[in-house]
Design a protein. Structure first.
Length: 137
């Protein structure tokens, strides 16, 4: 759904000057609510907050590159679609796991992977931006 709304606007020629603004802000709010909520649901709020903070930072680094005149970098390994896919799989696995034995290790693992992967995404994007800026001279 996240990818679809932007593609429809851009491909259909319905994009507006403020479209990106109205696309990005709800995305950051949704990221935060879902990731923080998952952390609280697990009894590990710090893990959820860390995932949300890093998710916001990936968008910040991408937008910063764009503000410096570079093409916005959407690379992963934990860009928004990847984070949401991993969170969805973690939730589904936790539901099955919880029904079977009452634990939720799958969701904990998913949040940990989101934190690690998102931190790596920030490093990759930052390095790419720095390399492009250095190439410009």
């Amino acid at each position: 759904c996240n990818l679809l709304d932007g593609m429809v606007a851009v491909e259909g020629g319905k994009g507006t000057p403020v479209g990106a603004l109205y696309n990005e802000i709800p995305d950051r709010v949704a990221d935060s609510l879902l990731l923080i909520g998952a952390g609280y649901g697990l009894g590990l709020p710090a893990l959820g907050w860390m995932a949300a903070l890093l998710a916001a930072l990936t968008a910040y680094v991408r937008a910063l590159g764009g503000s410096l005149g570079l093409e916005q970098d959407f690379r992963g390994p934990q860009a928004k679609p990847h984070r949401m896919a991993l969170l969805t799989v973690g939730c589904l696995a936790a539901a099955i796991e919880g029904y079977g034995n009452g634990t939720h290790h799958a969701l904990t693992l998913a949040l940990l992977l989101i934190v690690i992967g998102t931190a790596w995404t920030i490093v990759r994007r930052t390095r790419a931006i720095a390399a492009e800026l250095e190439d410009r001279g």
